[in-house]
Design a protein around this ligand. Structure first.
Ligand code: GLU
Length: 406
């Protein structure tokens, strides 16, 4: 598997060969400011003590406090977290919010954990990291396998340690623990605004057939949002299986099925296929919403979508990007397409800092303005540079970062 940080640096090199940047800036921006690794001992329910490895990579804070999620996954390691932190620094610059980029993680499969075990792991992560995070320093959030409840445990632990109970240390909290309206759906909603503002330019019809890889937070809300808007969601997957129905899936029933059986597998009214095969379905729009490195040199020729929109971080390798570009298949890149999540996170942080609480309508109006504006700016830049949307998004983000670092 490609090292995600090497992929990120390859993307950086491709973009910076198009537009000239200060060589000193380019030398610095390849390196994270700080990388923290900790051991987190957790008492399991059966009395055993297990020790997990946890990470926080603080990539760049020239534009504001470090910002980015925490991932609990068995394959997470420091290289992955470093890549994700770098992408966060670019993502916050793409949407021009006053935040830097960071990311955290724990190497663990939390799926078999009881709530008590998850709580002790989450509080343990925050105990180990309390001295490096903070509302004006570094503001974590959810990512793969981490939930609003986990954010609430972490915020509570931070409050106990430091006395700061504003909640502004972490975003993606439940509403009654200082969370923001709209944060749960924000990643998918932001992606949908980008899709709507670019749909015609991307050559897509008014009603699209949509395929979604991943049925976690981003994937489930994407399925709901696209189908509520009249598009036809014909296939989705999770880590265990995929389900396909060319006539369209009943998304609400599928979400219930997933909640009760923990998988999309064997959903009535659809054919169950191998999880990975979801990527190869013919469709207008393919939305990778799972993990990185899913579309690579070895499988890119099997892609039959007209357009890709990345709700996952890093799902397409640089080699696959080139192959898709060569075939005229646009890829709306992660650092634009999924930036709605961190944008509403920043709204949450602002509400906590100011002691305010905004309505859902306010949140989505503000989000739409930002996503529309930046989507159009990046598409225009891609046209001007005669390049793909990823290179253009990198150029826009790097220019803002360079300006801030000066
Ligand atoms: N984990 C999300 C991302 O990759 C959200 C980060 C945040 O809200 O800070 O963008």
């Amino acid at each position: 598997m490609n090292n995600p940080f090497e992929n990120a640096l390859a993307q950086l090199e491709r973009a910076t060969s198009l537009v000239s940047f200060d060589p000193d800036f380019l030398r610095v921006i390849r390196h994270p400011n700080r990388q923290v690794r900790v051991s987190i001992p957790v008492k399991m329910d059966d009395g055993r003590l297990e020790v997990f490895e946890g990470y926080r990579v603080q990539f760049n804070n020239a534009r504001g406090p470090y910002k980015g999620g925490i991932r609990f996954h068995q394959d997470t390691d420091i290289e992955e977290v470093k890549a994700l932190a770098f992408w966060m620094a670019l993502k916050t610059a793409v949407v021009n919010i006053p935040m830097g980029g960071g990311k955290g993680g724990v190497t663990v499969d939390p799926k078999p954990f009881t709530d008590g075990e998850k709580e002790r792991l989450s509080r343990g992560w925050m105990r180990a990291m309390a001295e490096v995070v903070g509302p004006q320093q570094d503001v974590p959030a959810p990512d793969v396998n981490t939930t609003p409840q986990i954010m609430a445990w972490m915020a509570d632990e931070y409050g106990k340690i430091t006395g700061d109970t504003s909640g502004a240390v972490i975003t993606g909290k439940p509403l009654d623990a200082g969370g923001s309206e709209g944060r749960g759906t924000a990643t998918a909603q932001g992606g949908f605004y980008v899709f709507e503002s670019l749909r015609e330019r991307l050559g897509l019809p008014e009603q699209c057939t949509v395929v979604i890889q991943g049925f976690g937070n981003a994937g489930q809300f994407a399925a709901k949002i696209w189908s509520d808007a009249g598009h036809k969601v014909i296939a989705v997957s999770d880590s265990r299986a995929a389900v396909v129905n060319p006539e369209g899936l009943d998304v609400a029933a599928l979400i219930d099925h997933k909640a009760s059986t923990r998988s999309v597998r064997d959903f009535a009214g659809a054919e169950t296929i191998e999880s990975i095969d979801v990527l190869y379905q013919e469709c207008d729009l393919l939305i990778p919403a799972a993990l990185e490195n899913q579309i690579h040199e070895g499988n890119v020729e099997k892609i039959q979508a007209k357009v890709l929109l990345e709700l996952a971080n890093g799902p397409t390798t640089p080699e696959a990007d080139d192959a898709l570009f060569g075939r005229g298949i646009p890829v709306v890149p992660d650092i634009l397409a999924n930036a709605g999540g961190v944008t509403v996170s920043t709204f949450e942080w602002e509400q906590n800092v100011k002691g305010e609480s905004w309505s859902e309508q306010d949140v989505f109006e503000k989000l739409k303005v930002i996503m529309d504006r930046e989507a159009v700016a990046i598409a225009d830049r891609a046209k001007e540079l005669d390049t793909d949307l990823r290179r253009a998004a990198f150029v826009v983000a790097l220019e803002r970062l360079q300006e801030a670092m000066k």
